[in-house]
Structures are given as C-alpha cells and as structure tokens.
Design a binder for this molecule. Structure first.
Ligand SMILES: [Zn+2]
Length: 413
C-alpha cells in the first residue's frame, strides 16, 4: 500500500510539474489530455488516498491551471457614426411650455440594442457651448443631448471633428466639462497639453481585456484650434508618436476613431485608404471612420492569423441628423466582439446594424427617432406612414446593396 502511495505521489507530482513546464507552450497540449490527467488523478485519489490533503491541494492546483488555460474572456463594443445637431433637431427637442430641452425620444428605439454592449462609442459632432443654440454652420447643442446619450447607454463620445472649434475656446472646454459632469468618457480634444498627455489614449477595460482609443480629424473647418486647447488632427508624425506611446500601455487592441473622407461619397477615397494602411502598418487594430454623412464599406482582414486581424469601417454615416436626402438619412452601428484566451486577444465576431432616422409628427411637433432597420422590417414597418416607409426601405436597399457588394467578411446582424 505504501509503495502504491509513493508511486501515485510521484506520478502526481511529475504530471503537475510537467503541465507547469508546458504552460508557455500550450498550443500543442490538448484540453482533452489535461482533463484526462485530472480525471485519472481524481480516480486514484478517490480509491486510494481520499483523505490525503496533499493530493487534494495538488489536484486543485492542476484544476486552476486548466481553468486558466481554457478560460476565455470577452469584451463587446458597438460604434455609431455622427451625432449631429441641426436646427431642426434643436427645435424638435425644445418644449415651449417648460422652456427645456429633451432628446429622449431620439434614442428610445435603439436604447435596448446599445445597452447590450460593454462599451458604446459615438462621434459627437456638435459643441455643447451653451446658447445661442444653433445648427449648421457653427454648431452648439443643449447639454440635454449628451444627457440623453448617457441615458441611452452611450459610454464614450469622441470629440475631434470638423466642428470641434465652432464656438472657440469656450466651446471646446465647455463641451468637455459637460461630458465630465455626466461621466461620459471622451477623447480627441483636450483643455490643455497636460490633459492631452494624461488622456489622449482613452483606455477602456472590462473582463481582463483592455482597449485603447485614439481620435483624429482631418480638419476644423478653417477655424484655429484655440490655445491652450488641443484638437487631434490627422498627421502621420503625431499619430505615429501616439501609436508608439499607446503600445507601451499594455493594451490588448488599439482603436482609432477617425473623422475623414469626402462628403457624400459612397466609396472611400485613395487618401482614406492611404491613411488606413499607414495606421494598420504601424499597429492599429481597428479603425472606425465617420464624416462623409453616408455609409462606406467595412472590412475584416484576418491576415492568416486571427490574433493579427484588422477591422475597418470607412464611414458609419449619420447616426442622427436632419439630412434627409437619399443615402444621408441613416447610418450603421458596427459591433465588435473581442475574446482573450491564454493572453491572446482576437476579434472574434463583428457585424453591422442599419439605422434610419424617422421624423414623425407627434402631438403636432416634429420628432427625431433613430430606428433599428431590421426590427422595423420584421414588423412590416409598423407605425410608419407610406412616405416614411418608402424612404426607410430605400435606405435599407441602398445600404445593403453597397455593403453586400463591398464589405469584406462583415455582415449584417
Ligand atoms: Zn464632420
């Protein structure tokens, strides 16, 4: 009996250290084999040595090792395009009786979908500079727009775009003050260089996965960036510096949300492609684009190894705006699932959701509503008048035609 005991202990300790030594090279060691070893040990300890605490603790350690090796963490993201604030939207949010603004109806129908994700990220293409509230060309929207974003599950608003400087220094700073007061994370514009240094890379972390987010714009519409604020512009030298610094921050994936491209073009320009290649070549994993006010294609490139997969959405279009022309009255949300196993993080899944902006008249007032297209389609566009139904159908057909033809490995959810 004693001999068997020592023999079993020996096998046990040997298996334990063998597995430990293999931890760094586990690709070759199957989970089945590990499970088989544990089962064998459990059987032996049950029959021979049930009361031996040393065996039990060794077995627990083995179980822990197995769990560590087989455990998969995940983090889910959803991105939206431009949140605009045209005159019609401001007027629609205003309540004459109470002299207050309320944007809640705008996001009502997409709130459920957005809140399914760990992080929802959109581009805020207005300043929250206070009155006079105005749309094009120098946007300032009531802060209630951001309040509704927060209440609708939007966690992050990127703030570098061609309207960031519409209301000068006050506009840049007040926008950030309001986002901070609402606990909405942001990056892209900064009050000064010390804030830039601290917060340029926005790190989002959940479930043992860390992603970094950077944000740039092609232009500030000719408006100077007011000192001492900083607005991130597309510039290969500074972007490269940011990427290099970001890579030292122990992040799993690096994302760039970028404001670029010619307006109303359904195909990305050569310049967009050139910038995308530059970012990918230097280590960016995911690029989310906006500004053209229409959709452009999305691509997932697995690069023969999922860990090095790269994803780009050239333009997500308008999330909400008062642009009503064909192609401009809607946009897409793109969802991305990251998974991490044995310290390797990959893009495991992605897909898009089409959204269309409806402008019904409710109680004699025009209301803006972002509608999830697929859901409405399933319900045969219930509640829409014939003109709205036709416009929404046209947007869906146009968008599917474009994205089915041009997307690479990214389909509608
Ligand atoms: Zn823009």
């Amino acid at each position: 009996m004693k001999k068997t005991l020592f023999k079993t202990i020996f096998i046990f300790i040997f298996s334990f250290f063998y597995i430990q030594s293999q931890e760094r090279n586990l690709k070759g060691l199957s989970k089945m084999r590990l499970k088989a070893i544990i089962n064998e040990i459990e059987n032996k300890s049950d029959s021979l040595l049930l009361k031996n605490s040393e065996f039990k603790s060794l077995n627990n350690e083995l179980k822990d090792s197995l769990e560590k090796l087989t455990k998969t963490d995940s983090l889910s993201l959803i991105f939206m395009g431009d949140i605009m604030g045209h005159d019609g939207q401001i007027k629609s949010a205003y309540d004459k009786k109470t002299n207050t603004y309320n944007y809640d109806p705008v996001f009502e129908e997409v709130r459920g979908l957005i809140s399914n994700f760990d992080f929802a990220i959109a581009n805020l293409e207005v300043t929250l500079a206070g009155p006079p509230f105005k749309g094009y060309p120098r946007f300032s929207s009531p802060k209630e727009l951001a309040v509704t974003c927060k209440n609708s599950g939007i966690d992050v608003l990127v703030t570098s775009n061609n309207h960031t400087c519409d209301r000068g220094k006050k506009g840049v700073i007040k926008t950030l003050d309001i986002l901070d007061s609402l606990n909405i994370k942001h990056t892209g514009s900064f009050r000064d260089s010390s804030e830039f240094k601290k917060n340029n890379l926005l790190v989002l972390e959940k479930n043992n996965i860390k992603v970094g987010l950077l944000n740039y714009t092609f232009s500030t519409n000719g408006m100077p960036i007011p000192y001492p604020t900083i607005v991130n512009k597309i510039d290969t030298i500074s972007m490269l510096e940011d990427i290099k610094k970001s890579k030292k921050q122990n992040i799993d994936k690096l994302i760039v949300f970028i404001h670029w491209g010619p307006e109303y073009q359904l195909t990305p320009s050569n310049n967009q492609k050139k910038i995308a290649n530059f970012l990918f070549k230097n280590g960016v994993d995911i690029i989310i684009g906006a500004h053209p006010h229409v959709l452009q294609k999305m691509e997932y490139r697995d690069n023969f190894d999922a860990e090095n997969g790269q994803l780009i959405a050239y333009s997500l279009g308008n999330y909400v705006s008062n642009q009503r022309k064909r192609y401009r009255d809607g946009g897409a949300m793109i969802e991305i699932l990251l998974t991490k196993n044995q310290e390797k993080t990959k893009i495991s899944d992605s897909g898009y959701h089409l959204t269309w902006v409806h402008k019904p008249i409710i109680n004699g007032k025009e209301v803006f509503k972002i509608l999830p297209c697929k859901e409405y389609e399933k319900n045969n566009f219930k509640g829409l008048d014939s003109k709205s139904k036709a416009a929404m159908k046209l947007f869906i057909n146009d968008s599917r035609k474009l994205l089915k033809k041009e997307n690479q490995n990214i389909q509608e959810k």
